[in-house]
Design a protein around this ligand. Structure first.
Ligand SMILES: *Cc1c(COP(=O)(O)O)cnc(C)c1O
Length: 218
């Protein structure tokens, strides 16, 4: 199957309210261009250096999403152009994004990454940490003028057990709904990858991050 065919197949089954992020990490620019020529304009990468290299040579109407773990000292490289940072998991990182966004006269959209999986994972916030970060930003708006928290991101456990994945997605959706009530900026729920995006959508995802089903295995 070609990249454009894969892309069109996936797009044809996505509901209109769900945004597709084409996850192109490790893939060469030629592959991304095939997706671009088939109409794709949102790409997700998990390394800032690799994303920046691609940004430099590719058309400028592309939205670049950082979906990986972000090291604070590298935020400056993507601050001039990044559209959405999915994996924000600390106040310190949020402060650095705000600082670098300000230097570039930009407002950068961010998602807070929530820890929903049962397996061991280093990244993501628990419910209490999430509450604290949102409260801090809410109470200190003056110092966060250059970021916008627009929703949440989560990754389910890597397992064949559909019941478990569903439970984790529903849990994230419940948290998302709670915050949406108080915050009209909260519109994006990023959950679902190649193996579980249909399930994620049925649980309320508004943004899916799909790599191997478009570009082939890595
Ligand atoms: C790699 C990656 C994806 C895409 O995974 P596929 O299984 O190839 O679709 C989605 N989200 C994150 C955070 C990733 O690192």
């Amino acid at each position: 199957m070609s990249i454009s065919k894969n892309l069109n197949n996936i797009k044809s089954e996505l509901p209109a309210h769900v945004t597709l992020v084409a996850v192109s990490k490790t893939k060469p620019v030629a592959d991304l261009m095939e997706a671009y020529d088939a109409g794709q304009r949102i790409f997700g990468e998990n390394k800032i250096q690799e994303m920046t290299d691609k940004w430099e040579v590719m058309p400028k109407d592309i939205e670049w999403h950082m979906i990986g773990h972000v090291q604070t000292n590298k935020v400056k490289y993507m601050a001039p152009y990044v559209s959405l940072i999915h994996g924000v998991d600390s106040l310190k990182l949020l402060q650095e994004i705000n600082k670098q966004a300000a230097k570039n006269n930009r407002v950068i959209d961010c998602l807070l990454q929530v820890y929903i999986a049962e397996e061991e994972s280093k990244f993501g916030l628990d419910k209490q940490e999430l509450d604290e970060i949102l409260k801090q930003v809410q109470n200190d708006k003056e110092n966060y003028k250059n970021i916008r928290i627009v929703g949440l991101m989560g990754m389910a456990t890597f397992t064949e057990n559909q019941n478990q994945i569903e439970k984790e997605f529903k849990h994230l959706k419940t948290i998302f709904d709670k915050f949406t009530i108080h915050n009209s900026q909260f519109t994006i729920l990023s959950m679902g990858m190649s193996g579980d995006y249909q399930l994620a959508i049925s649980c309320g995802s508004t943004m899916v991050r799909i790599g191997s089903s478009i570009f082939g295995s890595r």
